[in-house]
Write a protein that binds this ligand. Sequence first.
Ligand code: SAH
Length: 351
Amino acid sequence: MTTTRYSITREDLTALLPDQPRYRIDQVWKGLFDELSSPSEMTNLPKDLRTRLDAELPLALEPVTETVSDRGDTIKFLWSLDGGSRIETVLMLYRDRATVCVSTQAGCAMACDFCATGQAGFTRHLTDGEIVEQVVLASRRARIKGRRVSNVVYMGMGEPLANEEPVWRSLVRLHDDCGLSARHLTVSTVGIVPGIRKLAERPMPVNLAVSLHAANDALRDALVPINKRYPIGDLMSACSDYLDAKGRRLSFEWAMIDQVNDRPSDAVELATLCRSLRLPAHVNLIPLNPTPGYPVRGSSRLKVEAFRDQLESLGVNATIRQNRGTEISAACGQLVAGQPVRITPSRERDS
Ligand code: SAH
């Protein structure tokens, strides 16, 4: 694969422009990652250099469609990659923050039944440049709306810790060059124990979210197949070591499935796991979003709230994840990047 615009390292850039003084390299670097400019917009550079950069540093993501919901506050991007596979990225604008949800793989090999990405299978890993580019392009979109991206969550298509090295390089790039703080970077994993251990050895204290969904092995084996390889005991010990290494509270994601994992006994088991950590884990409850291949329903709002209240009464902090983008299939577990089935009720008018 050729070097793309956001996979380039500073050394590559210097090698690409051997005739340029150092301050020019600095200008290009700052233009790309800090100012989010495309080369043609870098008016502080001579025109021939802009043209050269445009040609030599192509983008890796080709836009296919952009769909908007929540009155313009959720935007889903569908991209086509080198080789033809497709991925999605979601930009969510909240009152107090703007979050980009990035994909780390085209498809996913983890095969969780309730997740549309898992239902579709695995195609390929993304490169660090492809991950960073999702953030840059979504940030440029946010800027049109007068907003600045503050948070990045690795919760799109794919399993980040099955692609740890490029994911790590992208985190470093976002932190060092795009100016995002580690506190605002969150990696979500299905529970790949060696990946959690690897990430724990890395220097930056990024947030770790673990998609738990069940707090006993029998149920988790059924919902999250990788649990057979990395059962809850091993997972919790890796979580505890992550906490020791970083000193940051973990969060557990829990997709609430009607009569499967929303019973009072599930809350008790979950609270026990959360509290087994030195800093009890925070729980993110996600009302199950519909996907084509999973007939089970999500828990009712009332049950989700009762579950949250029960966790709170057991001394565990829990929040109900705001449901964003369900009507454009941009919500948790709905990213599949299939043929662009357009179910957009309203195109945004302000752009
Ligand atoms: N593979 C990683 C990153 C995906 S994050 C992981 O598993 O953590 C996406 C989150 O949405 C995960 O917590 C996932 O379990 C959850 N999810 C998947 N399908 C869902 C669905 N249909 N409804 C609600 N949440 C879902």
